[in-house]
Design a protein around this ligand. Structure first.
Ligand code: HEC
Ligand code: HEC
Length: 160
């Protein structure tokens, strides 16, 4: 091997090593994440907080067991050991004045399926399950189809 050939070989090996070490970086950049390309060590400026849908109109549940979305603002409603402001409107006795829907009967059931006199501790922290809907675009695209459409599709297939 001449000097020149040896030099070329070293160059080629160097280029290969570069390509190999750079490729995980390139792959990382092409993965879609909610960070939208912000390097891991940096913080992007956060998007503005979306307003919530405050229509006062009860919304369709996407499936029967879904905790219904809260169709009103809940800013500042206290829920702690001393007070539960949701229940000042949604408790059994409050609905005559508030005209809010009463908490579901399931919210009185203990884990042994016994009905208690008041809302069970398991259902006390309403926001564990119920949330208002933000006025935002979907974070990720999805192909969710309502079960009614699925049933329609199935009965269409059977009709053929
Ligand atoms: C000032 C009274 C009031 C308070 C306080 C209140 N709500 Fe409501 N809520 C209502 C009324 C009235 C409705 C019926 C729709 C409407 O008018 O907004 C409702 C609707 C709902 C619904 C929709 C039910 C359905 O079947 O679609 C949910 C869920 C709900 N509220 C949860 C909560 C939670 C959780 C809190 C506490 C963070 C809360 N609410 C506090 C009055 C209230
Ligand atoms: C562990 C989850 C969970 C918690 C905590 C919870 N809920 Fe629910 N809620 C549900 C689910 C699921 C439904 C729908 C199925 C049902 O009725 O149980 C529902 C239904 C409701 C409904 C509709 C009732 C109806 O008959 O249309 C209201 C109103 C409601 N919840 C209010 C509340 C309030 C107020 C609190 C807090 C005191 C609360 N929920 C806590 C899961 C929860």
């Amino acid at each position: 091997m001449t000097m020149k050939q040896a030099f070329r070989k070293t160059l080629a090996l160097g280029a290969l090593a570069l390509a190999v070490s750079a490729s995980p970086l390139l792959a990382q950049e092409s993965v879609a994440t909610l960070r939208s390309g912000t390097p891991l060590a940096e913080n992007a400026s956060p998007p503005p907080i979306a307003p919530v849908k405050n229509t006062d109109l009860r919304q369709v549940r996407n499936y029967p067991e879904q905790p219904p979305l809260i169709p009103h603002k809940i800013d500042g409603y206290q829920i702690d050991l001393n007070a539960n402001q949701c229940l000042t409107c949604h408790s059994r006795t409050a609905v005559e004045i508030s005209q809010a829907p009463m908490v579901s009967i399931t919210h009185f059931m203990s884990r042994d399926n016994q009905f208690l006199a008041s809302v069970t501790p398991r259902r006390y922290f309403c926001n564990q399950c119920h949330v208002p809907q933000g006025v935002t675009k979907d974070l990720v695209e999805n192909g969710f189809v309502d079960i009614d459409q699925v049933l329609e599709y199935v009965s269409g297939q059977e009709g053929n």
